[in-house]
Design a protein around this ligand. Sequence first.
Ligand code: TYM
Length: 332
Amino acid sequence: MARILSGIQPSGVLTLGNYIGALKNFVKLQNEHECLFMVVDLHAITVPQDRLALRKNIKELAALYVACGIDPQKSILFVQSEVPAHAELSWILTCNASMGELSRMTQFKDKSAKQESVGGHISAGLFSYPVLMAADVILYDVDMVPVGDDQKQHMELTRDLAERFNARFGETFKVPEVYIPEQGARIMSLQEPEKKMSKSDDNSKNIILLTDPPNTIRKKIKSAITDSETTIAYDPVNRKGISNLLEIYAVITGEPIDALVTKYEGKGYGDFKSDLAEVVVAEIEPIQQRQQEILASGEIDDILDAGRDAAMKMAVRKISKVKHKVGLGRKR
Ligand code: TYM
């Protein structure tokens, strides 16, 4: 049994990409492994957030984890900022990270360009974002981190920072492996399938939100860009649109892509898209209902309290060891 950890930002409503690339795998993994899942609110504030909206999003995301099938009896579910060791370790790692390696992070380049384009300031937190992510992971001696493809570079940095610390201060951290699912690790935009589906996309037709009502989901899938061919085929290089839709279908139903291609032989995009829309609605609608029930019941606070206490126990031990190795504070 391995120890697994992952996190999602409470920075607005999640997309089908987050669900397929992350949440759906988490649920599978928790049956075989010791799992910790976080609502990473400290990461969310690397770009401006409305205070009340952030509070609401934190609880909604926690409820979404549970609605998707994260079982608080099996997994530890907690809010990152409620375990102070994350911020403490992040600072210590920041002092061992270089400006050069952080400026090479493509997500920083993308996000800072976006902030600039709307006239916003680029926070130093956005720059050191991946160091906090490294702290989240190595604080718990995690074996494996399940994430979508866009987090690969951050995980390489995490490994580098863990190895560097170990080399400098003596063996302290486990060096984690990244786990990127073979399918669904990069769900693409519906209208511009050359870019990934992202919750910060300004064009709502590009993304399926996990809060979208069934009819909106149906409309968005039906108007998804395909191409001028007529066959349902998988070719993610030349036929990005239809390949993305096939991937969504395959991951949700568990049917292999080859089998889907055979099933839709001789049929057109219209038939395929109507079926896919129903597949997505059937997956998402019950989750939406469960999320509302969980929020209404008030149980989420108890779940997060227990998660915080369990995570804290593990984190406190590690952070005191780290401080000792670095020479912080007084020896007693
Ligand atoms: P975040 O909140 O941006 O995204 C959460 C998860 O969703 C995945 N994802 C996708 N997967 C497939 N297709 C897409 N279009 C798509 N868009 C997003 C992301 O890869 C991610 O797995 N830095 C992380 C949060 C984090 C974290 C951590 C993760 C903070 N600390 C420690 C793992 C371990 C992030 O911003 O995810």
